[in-house]
Structures are given as structure tokens and as C-alpha cells.
Design a protein around this ligand. Structure first.
Ligand code: ARG
Length: 470
């Protein structure tokens, strides 16, 4: 004869098990620590599911109202830190269902009709991601506004532009800030695109094959603000493309925040001295009393590596999984949440840091007197006088060599000196050679001319102000 049955390992699925619980295995398989974060979305989707059950007459009016009240109570309890977590129960979904049963009894046992945790977990994650994208996008917009505001103010501020981190051509500081704005603009658009693809409702897919009850999936989708329902139940519970796509957007955003931070670090160094980071974003050194280190931007740069790691992480998590649901998928949330946290906290701090940046106009201008920074302009000048560009390039090369030898900049040379290299050079050359003059000539759309920058910044600000809050 069989011994008396031991306590089932889990009240939600323990029916077919004869063994008692193994605490190590329970702990190992639990995802509660991570998916606790989905409580709002889990309750929201359960509320909608309960209504669908009611409409299909699978629960009666009383049961429906008990479920709704119970779930709302649980929501309040979790929000007010009064909820009793059963660490023993695998995840947030079971915790909520178990708590509901304790509150309302039998009616709670009907809530999981026509639903599997497989379609439930992916629905919750999608809801969470949609909300997170909205939050990230409003922070991107806030950051863009800070950048564009500064670009408006500094639209005609001369500074050196770099390639290979070597002095290249004069630009305006506003123009550079608008480059950052453009990077963030693409991030914004990418996130909107990804949100569109997230917006398909998996509920109604069951474990993998669909459900036999007549739930109105389209109504459910509408209520949960999904654009449409998923069209294949196997795909619906196996699909994590949307999470990969989000993580790829987050990775690109991280990359952008990191590159911008890197420039802030360089520009704020003593040697450059172009900008000053507000003190509240810096730290001192415990040994070197003079130090003011750019730790916040360094952590923005360093932290962005998590967004790269999480993208690689989720791709490797998925690549060998057969359809449909596998428990491996539980690991997806760690990657997603960490990247969300990086994006949200980094954008928050970056936008206020940008607002507080102090600009050292003089230092930026001084550096335009180095590195023969208008040599390309001189070549352009010769081209406009009819010299083929390659020949002009070579003539200017010689002039640069001469100026370097005499420790002068090309705009310090006299007209006579310049004419030794080309008789095409005349008095009007100086409007090409002076950095403050040369920037004005880059006056096509997208160029660095103050006029263009002002125009672009004004347009950008208008666009940002009209942007709808989602
Ligand atoms: N904790 C699980 C997860 O996050 C929930 C889904 C469980 N489904 C299952 N068939 N065991 O993925």
C-alpha cells in the first residue's frame, strides 16, 4: 500500500505529484523575485480575463464581482506593502491566484479557466513593455528638449569639430547638440515601431493550442489596449521577438547615451575645458584634494554595457528553444527589466545634467585657432576660382606645411605669402580662412551655419512640443 500522500509541492499544479517538496528545487525554479514587478499588469489582465469569462457565461455575476473585488484588494495590498508573499509559489501569477483564493474561496478557482500561465506571462510582459516604452519615450523627449534648448542658445557658438579626435573643421556647438538630438530622435522612432509589434494580445492562446471556451478575444484586446489579437497560438506563447526588439532599441539608446557621455567626459577634462559639469554630478577623490571627477557620466557610459549584454543574453536564451513554451523563457524578464532600469534612470539624470552644463565659450573659440582648421575652406576657395579639387588639395597641403614650419596658422599668413603657392588667391580669401566666417558658409540643410542650426533647432522644438504624450 502507498504511504499517505505527502504535501503537494504546489497547490496550483500539485495534483499529479506524489512527492513532497524539494526546497532547493523550489528556490531554483522560482521567478518571484523578478516577476513581482509584473503585479499591476497581472491584475489588469486578470480583470479583463474575468470579464471575458463573465461574458461567456463561464462565471456567474456573483463570482465575477467577487473576483473583481478580490483582485482590487490584492492590488492595494501589494501597492501598500501589505501583501503576504508566498515565496514557495513559483511566481507572481500563482501568488496572486493563491491570495485570491484565500480571500474569496471557490470563485477564484474559476479565474484560470481558458487561460494558461504561458499566455498569461507573455501578456503581462507585453503590457509592462508598452508602459515602459511610453515612459522611456517621454524621458527621451525631455532630454531632447534640454538639448534643443541649449542648441538654440548656442546656435552660433564656434567650436572645433573632430574626426579621429583630431581637429577637423570649425562647427557650431548648437550643431553638435543637434546631432545628439537626432540620435535620440531615431531611438524614439524605433521604440514606437517596436511598440506597434508588441501590441498583439496572446490571451486566448492557452498553453499552446488555443482554448475551447468562447471568449471574445477581440474585445479582450480592445480592453487591454492591444491593437489586435495574435493569429497563431503556438507562436503567441513562444514569441519573444518583441522582447529582443525592445532590447535592441534599448541597446542602441544605451550606445547613444554612452557616446554622448564620452564626449562630455572629454570636453570637461582640464585639457579641453570646453564645458563644466555641474558639481552635483561629480565626485571628489579621497586622496587627491583637487579632483572633481565626472562619475555620473562615466557610469552612464559604463552602465550602457548592460544594454549590450542583455541583448546578447536574450538572443542566446532564445536561439535553441523549440516551440512552444519552455521554462527557459522565465529568464527573459531579468534582461528586460535591467535594460529598462538603465534607460529610465540614465535618461532622467542625463537630461538634468545637460540642462546644467556650463559652456566655456572662450576655450571653444581658442581651439579653432589650432590645427590649420580651415584648410578645407582654402581648398574650397581655390575650387571656386576654377582649380580642380585634387590640385587645390595638394596646393593647400603645401601651404599647411609652410605654415606649420613657421608655427603659424594659415589665416595668419599674409596675402603675399599665400600667393607664392597660387596666383588664384586674392584678398577675399580671408573670409574663407577665418573660422568664425567659414562656419557661415555651411548653409545647406543639415550644415553647421548658425542660420541653419537656428532653423533646425526651432523646427525641432516645435516638433517636440507638439509631440503627443502616449
Ligand atoms: N514563471 C513562469 C515564467 O515566467 C511562468 C510560466 C510558467 N509556465 C509553465 N508552463 N511552467 O515563464
Amino acid at each position: 500500500m502507498k504511504n499517505k500522500k505527502k504535501k503537494a509541492p504546489n497547490p496550483m499544479w500539485g495534483g499529479r505529484f506524489d512527492f513532497g517538496s524539494n526546497n532547493v528545487a523550489k528556490k531554483y525554479t522560482s521567478s518571484l523575485d523578478k516577476d513581482k514587478r509584473l503585479f499591476k499588469q497581472d491584475i489588469k489582465s486578470s480583470l479583463a480575463h474575468a470579464l471575458a469569462l463573465r461574458e461567456a457565461n463561464l462565471i456567474n455575476r456573483k463570482e465575477y464581482s467577487q473576483i473583481i473585488k478580490g483582485l482590487n484588494k490584492i492590488l492595494k495590498e501589494i501597492e501598500n506593502n501589505k501583501f503576504h508573499w508566498e515565496e514557495e509559489l513559483e511566481d507572481i501569477h500563482m501568488n496572486i491566484e493563491f491570495a485570491l483564493e484565500k480571500k474569496i474561496g471557490r470563485a477564484a478557482q474559476k479565474l484560470h479557466t481558458g487561460r494558461s500561465r504561458n499566455d498569461q506571462v507573455v501578456t503581462d510582459l507585453k503590457l509592462y513593455l508598452i508602459e515602459s516604452i511610453n515612459e522611456i519615450n517621454s524621458l527621451i523627449t525631455k532630454t531632447q528638449k534640454s538639448l534643443v534648448n541649449k542648441a538654440l542658445k548656442f546656435h552660433n557658438q564656434l567650436m572645433p569639430g573632430f574626426t579621429h579626435l583630431q581637429l577637423a573643421q570649425p562647427i557650431t556647438f548648437g550643431h553638435h547638440l543637434l546631432a545628439w538630438h537626432e540620435m535620440l530622435e531615431r531611438d524614439y522612432g524605433r521604440l514606437i515601431d517596436s511598440k506597434n509589434r508588441i501590441s498583439t494580445l496572446p490571451l486566448g492562446s492557452g498553453a499552446l493550442s488555443g482554448i475551447r471556451y468562447n471568449l471574445n478575444r477581440n474585445k479582450l484586446a480592445k480592453r487591454l489596449r492591444f491593437k489586435e489579437v495574435t493569429k497563431n497560438s503556438i507562436d503567441a506563447v513562444s514569441d519573444r521577438d518583441f522582447a529582443i526588439e525592445f532590447l535592441s532599441c534599448a541597446c542602441m539608446l544605451g550606445l547613444h547615451l554612452s557616446r554622448m557621455s564620452e564626449e562630455i567626459i572629454i570636453w570637461s577634462s582640464t585639457q579641453f575645458g570646453y564645458i563644466e559639469i555641474p558639481e552635483e554630478f561629480c565626485t571628489g577623490s579621497s586622496i587627491m584634494p583637487q579632483k572633481k571627477n565626472p562619475d555620473v557620466v562615466e557610469l552612464l557610459r559604463g552602465g550602457s554595457s548592460k544594454t549590450i549584454a542583455n541583448l546578447i543574453g536574450i538572443v542566446s536564451l532564445l536561439k535553441n528553444q523549440p516551440l512552444a513554451y519552455n521554462r527557459d523563457m522565465q529568464e527573459d524578464k531579468g534582461f528586460v527589466f535591467e535594460s529598462i532600469d538603465y534607460c529610465v534612470s540614465s535618461l532622467e539624470i542625463f537630461s538634468s545634467l545637460v540642462e546644467g552644463l556650463k559652456i566655456n565659450r572662450k576655450r571653444m573659440e581658442e581651439d579653432c585657432n589650432l590645427g590649420q582648421i580651415t584648410a578645407t575652406e582654402l581648398a574650397d576657395y581655390l575650387v571656386l576660382k576654377g582649380v580642380p579639387f585634387r590640385q587645390a588639395h595638394s596646393v593647400v597641403g603645401k601651404i599647411v606645411m609652410y605654415a606649420d614650419k613657421t608655427k603659424l596658422q594659415i589665416f595668419d599668413l599674409s596675402l603675399e605669402e599665400l600667393r607664392k603657392f597660387s596666383k588664384k588667391i586674392e584678398k577675399d580669401v580671408f573670409s574663407f580662412l577665418l573660422p568664425s566666417e567659414s562656419i557661415k558658409s555651411r548653409n545647406l540643410v543639415g550644415g553647421t551655419a548658425p542660420k541653419q542650426v537656428l532653423k533646425q533647432a526651432t523646427k525641432a522644438m516645435k516638433m517636440l512640443k507638439n509631440r503627443k504624450k502616449s
